[in-house]
Design a protein around this ligand. Structure first.
Ligand code: CTP
Ligand code: CA
Length: 235
C-alpha cells in the first residue's frame, strides 16, 4: 500500500515521459528505425513513479523487457506508439494535463513520403531512392503550447570529439528548442545506446550546467528529477 499512496518528493506531480525509437514505415513490412533501446526513458518513468509522481509513459519501440518494471508500477500508465506522428498524437493528447513533460524518445527526423500500401518488389538490378519528408518537431510544439507552470525537458544525444564541443552543441540545441531543461549525453557507436551506463549533463533555461550525473540509467534518471525539482523551485 505504501507504494500506491506515494510519499515521495514528486508526490502529486503529473508527468509525461516518452521513450523508445520511432519507426517510419516504408511499406507494410519495412521501416526506418534507430538504435534507441528505450532504457533511459523507462528508467526516468520508473524513478518518477517511485518518487510519488503519476506517470504517463508513451513508448515507441524498445528492447525486450525494457518496459516491464515501469509498466508494473501502479502509478504508471503505458501508451504505445510506433511512428513519430503517432507518438506526437499520444503525447500532445495528455501533455496539457501534465506538470512535467520529458521527451526521451528518439524521434525520427524524417519519414518516407508516399508510403507504399503494398510490399515493394525489386525492379531489375537498379538501386532505390526513398523520398523523405521532415517529421513534426514534437518538443518544439510542446514548448509553443506550454501551459503555465509546466516544465519541459528534452534530451540531446550528440556525437562530439571533445566535452567542450558536446556542451556547445547542447547549448545551441537548448536555445533552439526553448526547453526548460536539456539533458545532454554523448553517444557513439559504443556509447549511450543499448548500454547500461550513461553520462548526462543538465542545462537549464539560461544554458547553465546545473548538474551532471554518471552511472546507471536509474541513477541518472534520479539526477534528472532532482534537476527538475531544482528548476521548478527556483522560478
Ligand atoms: N524531438 C522531438 N521531435 C522530433 C525530433 C526530436 O520531439 N521530430 C525531441 C527528442 O525527443 C529530444 C529532442 O527533441 O528530446 C532533441 O532531439 P534531437 O534529435 O537531438 O534534436 P533535433 O532537433 O532533431 O536536431 P538534430 O538535427 O541534431 O537531430
Ligand atoms: Ca533528430
Amino acid at each position: 500500500l505504501a507504494v500506491v499512496s506515494g510519499g515521495g518528493d514528486l508526490d502529486g506531480l503529473r508527468v509525461v515521459v516518452s521513450t523508445g525509437g520511432t519507426r517510419e514505415p516504408i511499406d507494410p513490412v519495412r521501416f526506418l528505425g534507430n538504435r534507441s533501446s528505450g532504457r533511459q526513458g523507462a528508467a526516468v518513468a520508473l524513478a518518477a513513479a517511485e518518487r510519488g509522481a503519476d506517470v504517463e509513459l508513451v513508448a515507441a519501440h524498445v528492447d525486450d523487457g525494457v518496459l516491464d518494471a515501469a509498466a508494473a508500477h501502479p502509478r504508471v500508465r503505458l501508451t504505445r506508439a510506433s511512428s513519430a506522428q503517432e507518438l506526437q498524437e499520444a503525447v500532445v493528447t495528455i501533455a496539457g494535463e501534465s506538470d512535467v513533460v520529458v521527451m526521451a524518445a528518439a524521434v525520427a527526423d524524417y519519414r518516407v513520403a508516399g508510403t507504399s500500401d503494398t510490399k515493394l518488389s525489386k525492379k531489375g538490378d537498379e538501386g532505390l531512392s526513398l523520398d523523405l519528408v521532415q517529421n513534426p518537431d514534437i518538443l518544439a510544439g510542446l514548448v509553443e503550447d506550454r501551459v503555465p507552470g509546466q516544465t519541459i525537458v528534452g534530451f540531446a544525444a550528440e556525437t562530439a570529439p571533445t566535452e567542450e564541443e558536446l556542451l556547445s552543441k547542447g547549448r545551441a540545441k537548448r536555445r533552439r528548442k526553448g526547453v526548460d531543461l536539456l539533458a545532454v549525453n554523448e553517444v557513439g557507436w559504443d556509447k549511450g545506446f543499448e548500454s547500461g551506463e550513461n553520462l548526462l549533463v543538465f542545462l537549464d533555461a539560461r544554458d547553465e550546467e546545473i548538474a551532471r550525473s554518471h552511472g546507471s540509467k536509474r541513477r541518472v534518471a534520479d539526477a534528472l528529477w532532482d534537476a527538475v525539482l531544482t528548476i521548478r523551485g527556483s522560478r
